[in-house]
Design a binder for this molecule. Structure first.
Ligand SMILES: Cc1ncc(COP(=O)(O)O)c(C=O)c1O
Length: 393
């Protein structure tokens, strides 16, 4: 058997293997594990979107390759109109967009489309692992931007060395943020665009959670910044706002050069998606309503935050995303604490160090808990955490 490529061997080991092993063991023992680990909407895709797919699948024009330049035209048109509605920015469906097979695919291949051996990308630490791993697989160097609690989990651009800024071709940012749940203001995006213009960097803004927001909060976008278009590519996903993770569809928009570069890469790699999925995704962008799911996440967020506070652990109440990023209250490592929660309380949380060294000292808890109808599983998780894991610390 030939050995796998060096780039595959360079992928770091799966950090959550030990946690997964304990979870399997607990389930075999019949323990009722409450899994706060998975960042995948537990609610079904809204029925009208499913029906749009059924209609589109009956239409034989969706049964062939999508031979368009950058994506199924009705989908890109819907994306442009959604974008104008959400952000007040008019973009051209033909030149400012490219359809992606979920934003993960697009983000990963953007790294490949831009980075040669020896090139660099600035990546958040902690951050969604795809940015750093794909940068490394493409032969590039991932230069970490530490996200500290005292800075609202935003990178301090003034701390980036001139050498790093000169070498970097890409800067990845993600707000609303996985894993920290932090949000960025319009002025952060202004500063980031200014920085990227100065050093000729493409700002890659991952907005997978842009519409998972609460309490009237709406996330700003980098493309709202005056003159940003040439220096920004944004990734949007249908996955989280419309409970469509399995459908694998999203889009990138922004710099015509960047979307064309990603489009060229993809032309030589994939043949787009089942057009019926794109057709239903267009329907979701034009008519989708996920308020019921957002209301459910909000009820769960409040249930978890309030009941953890009662149990003696004060954690932040995020304005966006379905993640709670909480400082470990016991002085243990994030992995040690997560293992103990699982062993003693049957509650699975993700150790922050899995998202980068700066994630040490934190754990991530997801609100997408299967079988929870209004926060009762989360209240039960908090009760168990308070009883066993905090009491013993
Ligand atoms: C920050 C972030 N970006 C992108 C993605 C990828 O989402 P998708 O490929 O389903 O669009 C995820 C998924 O968890 C994520 O957390």
């Amino acid at each position: 058997m030939p050995s796998p490529s060096k780039r595959i061997a360079a992928i770091p080991p799966y950090l959550f293997a030990e946690i997964s092993r304990i979870k399997r063991e607990k389930l075999q023992q019949g323990v009722d594990v409450i899994d706060l680990g998975i960042g995948d909407p537990d609610q079904p895709t809204p029925q009208p979107i499913v029906e749009a797919l059924q209609r589109a699948a009956e239409d034989t024009k969706t049964h062939s390759y999508d031979e368009s330049a950058r994506g199924w035209p009705p989908f890109l048109k819907a994306a442009a109109s959604w974008y104008a509605r959400e952000y007040g920015v008019e973009l051209d469906p033909d030149t400012h967009f490219v359809q992606v097979i979920g934003s993960k695919e697009g983000l990963a291949h953007l790294a490949w489309a831009y980075l040669d051996a020896g090139d660099a990308a600035l990546v958040p630490n902690p951050g969604y692992p795809v940015y750093g791993i794909q940068t490394a697989m493409a032969g590039g160097e991932a230069i970490p931007m530490p996200l500290k609690q005292e800075n609202g989990f935003l990178p301090r651009l003034e701390d980036i060395s001139t050498d790093a800024a000169r070498r970097a071709k890409l800067m990845f940012v993600c707000y609303p943020s996985n894993p920290t749940g932090a949000v960025a203001s319009r002025s952060f995006f202004e500063e980031a665009v200014r920085f990227c213009k100065e050093y000729d960097i493409l700002l890659v803004s991952d907005m997978a959670y842009a519409n998972v927001t609460f309490d009237g909060y709406r996330s700003p976008s980098a493309l709202q910044v005056e003159g940003a278009l040439e220096h920004v590519i944004e990734f949007h996903s249908l996955s989280k706002p419309f409970n469509m993770t399995g459908w694998r569809i999203g889009f990138a928009c922004g710099s015509p050069e960047a979307v064309a570069t990603l489009g060229k890469f993809k032309d030589n790699l994939d043949s787009k998606q089942f057009p019926a999925v794109a057709e239903a995704a267009a329907f979701a962008l034009l008519h989708g309503d996920n308020q019921a799911t957002l209301d459910l996440y909000k009820a769960r967020r409040d249930a978890l935050v309030d009941s953890l506070a009662e149990a003696g652990w004060s954690v932040p109440r995020p304005q966006a995303t379905f993640y709670i990023w909480a400082p470990v209250p016991t002085g243990e490592t994030s992995t040690g604490f997560a293992k103990r929660l699982l062993e003693d309380a049957g509650v699975l949380v993700i150790p922050g160090v899995g998202y980068g060294s700066e994630g040490e000292g934190f754990v991530r808890m997801s609100l997408t808990v299967r079988g929870d109808h209004g926060g009762e599983r989360l209240r039960e998780a908090a009760r168990r955490i308070g009883e066993v894991a905090l009491a013993k610390a």
